[in-house]
Ligand binder design. Structure first.
Ligand SMILES: [Zn+2]
Ligand SMILES: [Zn+2]
Length: 139
């Protein structure tokens, strides 16, 4: 491996994650489930399937839908991942990782569910929930 794996960990350090693939883009989800889960929009990187965990006994996996589970640390409550079950991809919250200046906000999804009380000024791709679902069902 030429590039070192990226490390991430929860607030209490009981759980740490090792991410093999490089990260250059962040994605925002404004859907009501993400906002209820996190108190605000979810900001994540698609870290693919090459993610390994330490501290597995501290990880709680909550099935938030038929197609995904969401993980958090049972000791400190830090949100660890959104895991899309069909592809096996892990979406890791940006705040868990040390990200370089090259990382940009690439897209905002479920833009039609975004409440009016906030707005990101970043220039990104924007997709409605229907557009996201249509894209996934074409893959
Ligand atoms: Zn923790
Ligand atoms: Zn969402």
């Amino acid at each position: 491996m030429t590039e070192q794996s990226k490390q991430a960990h929860c607030l209490c350090n009981a759980v740490s994650l090792s991410i093999a693939d490089p990260i250059s883009e962040l994605h925002i989800c404004h859907c009501s489930t993400c906002r209820q889960w996190g108190g605000g929009p979810m900001m994540v990187a698609n870290c693919g399937t090459k993610v390994s965990f330490k501290g597995e006994p501290y990880i709680v996996r909550y099935h938030s839908s038929e197609w995904a589970e969401r993980g958090f640390c049972k000791q400190c409550g830090t949100h660890l991942f959104y895991h899309y079950l069909e592809s096996g991809s892990y979406f890791i919250p940006a705040g868990l990782m040390q990200l370089g200046d090259n990382v940009t906000m690439a897209s905002q999804i479920f833009i039609d569910e975004k409440p009016h009380y906030y707005e990101f000024s970043n220039d990104t791709v924007k997709m409605t929930g229907a557009e996201v679902i249509a894209q996934y069902s074409n893959e």
